[in-house]
Ligand binder design. Structure first.
Ligand code: FAQ
Length: 314
């Protein structure tokens, strides 16, 4: 058996060479735990994220928009599946992870604790929320853990379609009637700062970032990604003829990027502690979906067992 020094050297050399760490490779226990924490929070965000958009499937304004929204929400369920599976390769069971979500012990993205009040919110979620998700996830395609990286490559392809779905809705509203444009502006006003919170607290207050960067789990910091997101989004807002609800937003020639206001971090901490506008509703809906789906899981297990029996008997 390899000694501890050798396996640790091998792990570090993989990181240095930008090689992937694979499930059967030796890894430090804290690296494994860090990954389970981040990947499972990410998986939970995908399936909780289905709820605010799912609310609008029956109210979509046309058959086309209903079909597109249905496909998007279904994709998010698929993303949850890839990510739970990646977490399972680290030794975490699906039941354990879902149990932590359903009892409120596990975190999921703060953004999904805000309500989707109008159809314009579905545009804003696709455009801003999926836009921020892609900004974060593009770097995760190069994360050091192989199964997570491969899941992210597939997820990013689908997320970029989602971002366009949202921007298309915003275009329709902004180039439609005055009333529709007002709806779009109202959605931007409500979603802008919660979206900025998606990247996590400022680097100086982020307990996990430093180690995550050392292990190449994260390749860019929370502040770097937030800055990139603002810089990329301003032109899209201008094209729509809307206004970002931030009086301090200003181009800074020296840094070649925009200066902007920080979101209200006390609101962020309150939301992730469970006190956002929809935390309770989201967990109730998620628990109900899980218990309503019990028969599907039972049927799938019975089918798999029967199939195994038939194979063994043949
Ligand atoms: N919400 O030390 P850091 C999507 C927690 S995209 C809730 O900076 P880290 C697509 C953090 O967990 C959204 N909690 O943490 C979609 C930590 O708590 P802990 C999901 C947050 O991990 C679109 C504490 O604060 N994307 O779902 C948030 O280095 C539309 C200190 O923070 C991902 O999860 C937050 N916003 O950086 C689906 C991407 N921010 O665990 C449906 C992968 C921070 O120590 C519809 N995750 N916290 O108790 C990541 O890249 C990272 O985990 C960050 C946080 C950047 C989210």
């Amino acid at each position: 058996m390899d000694n501890v020094v050798d396996v640790e050297k091998n792990f570090n050399s993989k990181l240095e060479k930008n090689d992937f760490v694979e499930p059967k490779d030796w890894m430090p226990e804290n690296y494994r735990k860090h990954l389970i924490r981040q990947i499972s929070q990410h998986a939970h965000s995908e399936i909780i994220g289905m709820l605010p958009e799912g609310n609008w499937i029956s109210r979509a304004p046309s058959l086309r928009s209903k079909i597109v929204l249905l496909a998007k929400v279904q994709d998010e369920g698929g993303h949850g599946l890839y990510l739970y599976t990646a977490a399972e390769t680290l030794g975490a069971s699906r039941d354990e992870l879902l149990g932590a979500l359903h009892t409120g012990k596990a975190k999921y993205s703060s953004i999904f604790n805000y309500p989707t009040l109008t159809w314009a919110d579905i545009g804003a979620v696709g455009w801003l929320v999926d836009g921020a998700a892609i900004m974060n996830q593009v770097m995760l395609q190069r994360t050091s853990y192989g199964p997570y990286s491969r899941a992210m490559i597939r997820i990013c392809k689908e997320e970029s379609f989602h971002q366009r779905q949202g921007y298309e809705i915003m275009c329709r509203l902004c180039f439609g009637t005055e009333e529709q444009k007002e709806m779009a502006q109202d959605a931007l006003n409500r979603w802008w700062f919660p979206t900025m919170m998606m990247f996590g607290p400022p680097d100086k207050d982020s307990p996990n970032s430093e180690q995550a960067i050392k292990w190449r789990i994260k390749r860019e910091t929370n502040d770097e990604l937030r800055q990139k997101f603002v810089d990329r989004t301003v032109a899209q807002v201008e094209f729509l003829g809307l206004t970002i609800p931030d009086k301090n937003l200003k181009w800074n020639e020296t840094k070649k990027g925009y200066d902007f206001s920080e979101p209200d971090w006390s609101e962020f901490y309150s939301v992730i502690k469970g006190n956002g506008p929809c935390n309770k509703e989201r967990l109730e809906a998620r628990n109900k979906a899980h218990s309503d789906g019990a028969w599907v899981r039972e049927a799938a297990i019975a089918y798999a067992e029967k199939k195994k029996e038939n194979i063994l008997a043949a």
